[in-house]
Design a protein around this ligand. Structure first.
Ligand SMILES: Cc1cc2nc3c(=O)[nH]c(=O)nc-3n(C[C@H](O)[C@H](O)[C@H](O)COP(=O)(O)O)c2cc1C
Length: 191
């Protein structure tokens, strides 16, 4: 048994975006993280996903998109506090990576499986960053489902945000959270 890997997985926890400090990964580390992150099971080898990286001032400019989307899509006019929060959404961490599920119609590769592969990319990217010592969290929040945001990010009809991955230096070790009782989730096929 590879004990260090097992212990790493057994102790894994997300770190909230506002507890992720600079510096984020170097360009070389980011390349490594995304290369390992994309090393996932992928039926028919379609690579039905892609990454959008938000770093530096890009985190600020995309915040203007979020504020505009919020104004356009909320039923009530949003407060200044809310709009400022939207502007600062990606400034919570030094790096945000969007994983985009990008469906590629192909016989033998059902859409569902392509979506599952994108989820595997999200998790694997987090683990790769964690293995290099970074904290991460995988969020969607309303921005993943906003038409205005989708358009601004250049998503096609066949694409969806699988996750926004926040990456940075963990400012603290998160406490353990409650986990499901695994026995309650397991049945044995006996027929
Ligand atoms: C697809 C997906 C979307 C998520 N979106 C959110 C979100 O928008 N807001 C949130 O608080 N947590 C969200 N989470 C949960 C966090 O990623 C995080 O895993 C969890 O809160 C802490 O559990 P952990 O320490 O086991 O990772 C999402 C998880 C998944 C898988």
């Amino acid at each position: 048994m590879n004990t260090p890997i097992f212990e790493f997985l057994a102790a894994r926890r997300s770190v909230k975006p506002d507890r992720l400090a600079a510096p984020g990964p170097t360009p070389e580390q980011l390349r490594q993280i995304l290369t390992v992150g994309a090393r996932v099971p992928d039926h028919k080898k379609l690579a039905p996903w892609r990454f959008i990286v938000f770093e530096g001032d890009a985190r600020k400019s995309v915040g203007e998109v979020f504020a505009k989307a919020c104004q356009a899509e909320e039923s009530q006019p949003p407060s200044h506090v809310r709009l400022d929060m939207e502007r600062e959404r990606f400034l919570r961490a030094p790096l945000v990576v969007a994983v985009v599920s990008s469906l590629k119609p192909r016989p033998g590769a059902p859409e569902w499986e392509q979506i599952l592969s994108a989820a595997a990319v999200c998790y694997n990217t987090c683990l790769a960053a964690n293995a290099l010592g970074f904290g991460t969290t995988w969020l969607t929040e309303w921005i993943a489902y906003s038409k205005t945001v989708r358009e601004a990010l250049g998503l096609k009809e066949s694409e969806r945000i699988a996750g926004f991955l926040y990456i940075g230096q963990p400012m603290e070790k998160p406490e353990e959270r409650e986990r499901p009782v695994i026995e309650n989730l397991i049945t044995e096929w006996t027929a």
